[in-house]
Write a protein that binds this ligand. Structure first.
Ligand code: NAD
Length: 348
């Protein structure tokens, strides 16, 4: 376990157990150099404890990088609660998790992630203030979608010289909380949409309300379009799909879009611009972090609009140094963390 922590430069790993509520939780704190660690809590089944630990560590590191490139005064952390076979009392379990979080004295602030709901955050909030995404803070998905829209404009600017959305053809995979909001914004801006989802009703709605063309989940990869926007699952850019892509660039909200890091190089070789997922989908984190800080909606919107410049700068660097875009993003994030000076959280 120590080896795993050292490999990923993890600061802390916490375990919480409460047999009375069946709570088994792991909190990984990757870095608090820039501030307290902020990151969601997963509540999903894991086949082994090691799998849960690995998930928490990997995700916590990603959050540090995301917060750094987003210019937020937060570090990266992530929690996983191992979902029991049957959940006896979800409210009690979440309140117990809230007490665990509270015992960490603000080093980690939790939020929603796969398997957790706004109701869970409200339960946690009964025990601690170190929680975001509660009902009164609101849903981050529209903010994520606004960030993806800024990213799509950055991609268009770089690949075509103009960031005008009108008349562009965008293919969206997944019409969930983010995908549908993005599709609506693009439709309003005059873009032509091709969309897919495994849920036929969502596709039909998009066809009726947004005049979108629809296709099967498999066909979306081969759509000849300006931008392919993965807003459903991870690992969709993989050895099987990459050769089918007919897009000028990729810009979507899904986490971990590249199945393996070498996909970044293959996209570069195929001259397909790729917006690193943790940069383009950081609008949600900006919303969550800045709502937690009680900053204004105008400040949040300005921050989200900045995703255009962040991506454009990364693309210029990558072009200048002839390097893979995701490598440049990682390097920049690491430099920002390392240059943050003394540990901001511990100093406070
Ligand atoms: P969601 O669950 O609301 O939507 C996902 C959609 O993808 C669903 O409509 C689902 O039916 C569809 N889908 C699943 N498999 C599919 C497939 N094979 N082909 C086509 N469609 C498929 O999730 P969301 O909140 O909209 O998030 C979408 C992605 O963005 C996720 O990867 C998430 O981790 C990431 N993300 C979301 C946020 C946010 O604020 N919600 C922030 C950052 C990253």
């Amino acid at each position: 376990m120590f080896k795993q922590m050292e490999t990923d430069s993890l600061e802390q790993l916490h375990f919480f157990s409460d047999p009375s509520t069946e709570l088994r939780a792991i909190v990984a704190i990757h870095n608090t150099q820039r501030g307290p660690a902020l990151g969601g809590c997963r509540f999903i089944p894991y086949s082994t404890t090691n799998e849960a630990i690995t998930d928490a560590i990997r995700l916590a590191k990603g959050m540090s990088y995301k917060a750094a490139l987003a210019g937020l005064p937060f570090g990266g952390g992530k929690a996983v609660i191992i979902q029991p076979d049957t959940i006896k009392d979800r409210h009690a379990l979440m309140r117990s998790f809230g007490q665990s979080i509270h015992s960490m004295n603000g080093q980690y602030i939790t939020a929603m992630d796969s398997g957790t709901l706004v109701d869970d955050m409200d339960d946690i909030a009964q025990q601690t203030n170190f929680v975001s995404c509660t009902r009164h803070m609101g849903d981050p998905s529209p903010a994520t979608a606004r960030g993806v829209l800024a990213g799509i404009r950055a991609n268009l600017k770089y690949t075509t010289g103009s960031d005008i959305l009108k008349g562009r053809h965008i293919a969206i995979q997944g019409l969930g909380h983010v995908g549908l909001s993005l599709a609506t914004q693009l439709h309003n801006a005059g873009s032509h949409l091709t969309v897919t989802d495994i849920d036929d009703n969502k596709m039909l709605l998009a066809r009726q309300q947004l005049n979108a063309d629809i296709c099967s989940p498999e066909e979306i990869y081969g759509i000849n379009c300006d931008v392919f926007s993965p807003c459903g699952l991870g690992a969709v850019i993989n050895s099987e799909t990459i050769s089918r892509l007919r897009c000028g660039s990729i810009a979507g909200s899904a986490n971990n879009q590249l199945e393996a890091p070498e996909m970044g190089l293959q996209l570069k070789q195929r001259n397909i611009l790729y917006a690193p997922d943790y940069v383009i989908n950081s609008g949600g984190l900006m919303f969550v972090a800045m709502r937690y800080q009680q900053l204004t909606d105008v400040a949040i919107s300005n921050k989200i609009a900045g995703i255009f410049d962040t991506l454009s700068d990364i693309y210029l660097d990558a072009k200048q140094d002839n390097r893979v875009i995701s490598d440049i993003a990682d390097q920049r994030a690491l430099e920002i963390i390392q240059q943050s000076g003394p540990n901001q959280f511990q100093a406070a």
